[in-house]
Design a protein around this ligand. Sequence first.
Ligand code: BG6
Ligand code: MG
Length: 255
Amino acid sequence: METIEITAVIFDLDGVIADTSEYHYLSWQRLADEEGLPFDRQVNERLRGKSRRASLDIILGGHTVDDEQAAAWLERKNDYFMQIFRDHATECLLPGVVPLIQELRLAGIKVGVGSASRNARWILQQLGIAELLDAIIDGLDVEHSKPAPDVFLHVADQMGVAAAHCVVLEDAAAGIEAALAAGMWVIGLGPGQRVGHAHARFDSLEGVTPAAIIAALAGASRRTPTPNPQPPTPQPPTPQPPTPHAGTLAGRWAS
Ligand code: BG6
Ligand code: MG
């Protein structure tokens, strides 16, 4: 028998906590229309989990623009996104997220967010859930974006939790690769063709409990997460001893 011990849950933001994909789509579409760039929903789907600059490179599809032009387009796209988000913030909080965070906190499990978005803190504040989180690491904090493991390793570091005791909740293929590279457990949210490489999968977080997370991992066909092969980008140390009330979700399955 092997034991799964989970002491922290790390949420991705876009597509896991907040349903922002349509807002990103509308903002990119507006910019693309204005600049005559080819863009559609299929291209938008490929941007899931990718950083702002990586997204522009995908849209450009091999064409290049200078850094000044890219920065101006990205700022304009982000202005469009923030305008839409401001008007629709409360509508995009996904069902099941707040109850799950509350149950995890009650069980003494640390809760963090690891996002590629440079807007993550602002979005979490707008949604009124920033105070529920033990750590937030976003696209402003790391040099290497998903699928690099850095964002999740830094969240775990801030929470004082070992990677092997973290489970990541992710909707993007790149985010699942990042969590696996970090040596963490990962549950994919969405269709199997997108998130099938995670240890387990849910359609969404609606109705998901801490016990359901452990049960899903216990049923996973893979074994213990592989250790992270690469250290994260050096950061100032943030030593944080575990809190005396830290809890553990544990489960067992036959090896
Ligand atoms: C990710 C989203 O979380 O953040 C992507 O899945 C988005 O669609 C990326 O492009 C960057 O977001 P932002 O807010 O920094 O433009
Ligand atoms: Mg996402």
